[in-house]
Design a protein around this ligand. Structure first.
Ligand SMILES: Cc1cc2nc3c(=O)[nH]c(=O)nc-3n(C[C@H](O)[C@H](O)[C@H](O)COP(=O)(O)OP(=O)(O)OC[C@H]3O[C@@H](n4cnc5c(N)ncnc54)[C@H](O)[C@@H]3O)c2cc1C
Length: 394
């Protein structure tokens, strides 16, 4: 009996759930077939990307070793996939020691996710795009606070205690709220006046939360303001240079730190791998996640252009959408192997859960034409639950 090899590229939210779901469906259904499962990631851990702002404010570890998520039944390979040779069903990988290896696949799931946009180097400030960036941000505001303790000039002290968050998507909102809480707490502990800490969130648009209704955006802004975050609408940060923030409209403001939270873009590597992509760089797939023009290759998550075949609506780049895609993919792969008809993609319900500091949150669900909104501690508990479920933490 031939052993099939099923490879998943990427141990993000889409990849870890895809691996679980494919194993569950193939082990239950296709018992006659022996299958080897391989999960490849450039890291030996799953990065809890949705809480990337945590290391910017605390020493919380946001990496889960893959051996913990997959103690058995899956071969874990730490390497960067550099090439997909579709004609030969092969991958080329480069290990951390620069050793190049070849792997054959029968089923390949491309879940290479997204990268976080970075500003140009000339724009200054610090991006929140990687784990290291988050650690650097924490070091920077802590150094500023220590300097503020020694600073005799009140204006300079206030500048050191001023942080601009540039980009008001969900990650900007969550980052600003976490900073507001932790920077004030630390300032107080250092004997500084916490009221001198200013956190401003700069929004290029005229309101927050364009993915939901205006009333939810208003509520969100009120909670942020109660938590000490000033939201500045219709204002684009152009650059931060030598403690001065330049905004669209010619405004210049003193600032101690500028943190960029510029959102996600599909991982550009999928194009380099020769997969068909949209103009925006998403892998083109059919309604059951099969990569167009290939055989045995599927793609889901942030790197794929996932479109509801009934409504034509695109899924967003969120893990709450990637996880149901992974659940469906498990059934699709099993159906394809057995020559049966496979399920097609359907959209996830309209919902968002947003953390606003370590004790507050807002959950919005749109169902049966009604907007359900939960705020406060309960909103935060729901948020924590979704963060944990996303990373398979019980
Ligand atoms: C700050 C922040 C907050 C967010 N908050 C939320 C939220 O509250 N709710 C929500 O639903 N979504 C949220 N998101 C979005 C969510 O993080 C993404 O939608 C999710 O990570 C997508 O999962 P993925 O598996 O497709 O991609 P990723 O999580 O990007 O995973 C891709 C994986 O592929 C690996 N990889 C990439 N290239 C290679 C290669 N060449 N070789 C080997 N491995 C490779 C990477 O190392 C990574 O592990 C947030 C994002 C950010 C940045």
């Amino acid at each position: 009996m031939k052993t099939l090899t099923c490879i998943v590229i990427g141990a993000g939210y889409a990849g870890i759930h895809a691996m679980n779901e494919i194993r569950k469906n193939l082990n239950n259904g296709n018992k006659k077939q022996s299958i080897k499962f391989v999960l490849i990631d450039k890291n030996k851990y799953h990065l809890r990307k949705v809480i990337l702002f945590k290391p910017a404010v605390t020493d919380e570890d946001i990496c889960i070793p893959l051996t913990q998520l997959f103690p058995e039944g899956v071969e874990l390979v730490q390497a960067t996939v550099t090439e997909i040779i579709k004609a030969e069903n092969k991958l080329l990988l480069r290990s951390i020691n620069d050793v190049v290896q070849e792997l054959r696949y029968d089923i390949l799931v491309v879940a290479a996710g997204s990268i976080i946009r970075r500003p140009e180097e000339s724009q200054g400030g610090l991006p929140l795009a990687t784990l290291n960036d988050a650690i650097n941000i924490r070091k920077a505001w802590q150094a500023n606070l220590r300097q503020a303790v020694e600073e005799a000039n009140p204006l300079e002290r206030e500048r050191l205690m001023t942080i601009a968050v540039a980009g008001a998507g969900i990650s900007g909102i969550e980052t600003a709220a976490e900073l507001a809480y932790h920077v004030r707490t630390d300032a107080q502990q250092l004997g500084l006046d916490p009221n001198q800490v200013h956190i401003s969130l700069y929004n290029a648009h005229e309101r927050l939360f364009l993915d939901g209704p205006g009333k939810v955006a208003m509520k969100l802004e009120h909670i942020l303001s109660d938590n000490g975050v000033e939201v500045v609408h219709g204002s684009r940060v152009l650059r931060e240079e030598a403690g001065s923030l330049s905004l669209s409209g010619g405004v210049k403001l003193p600032v101690g730190l500028c943190v960029w939270t510029l959102g996600l873009m599909p991982n550009p590597i999928v194009k380099q791998w020769g997969l068909p992509v949209t103009a925006a760089g998403f892998v083109i797939i059919d309604e059951s996640y099969r990569v167009k023009g290939t055989s045995g290759i599927y793609s889901i998550g942030d790197c794929a252009s996932v479109i509801n075949p009934d409504s034509g609506r695109s899924d967003g780049m969120t893990c709450k959408e990637a996880i149901p895609q992974a659940a469906r993919l498990g059934k699709v792969v099993a159906a394809d192997l057995e020559g049966q008809s496979a399920p097609a993609h359907t959209s996830y319900m309209d919902s968002f859960s947003i953390g606003i500091g370590p004790k507050n949150g807002l959950t919005w669900v749109h169902k049966w034409g009604i907007d359900f909104i939960i705020t406060g501690k309960m909103g935060y508990r729901i948020k924590q639950l979704t963060w944990n479920l996303g990373s398979s933490i019980k």
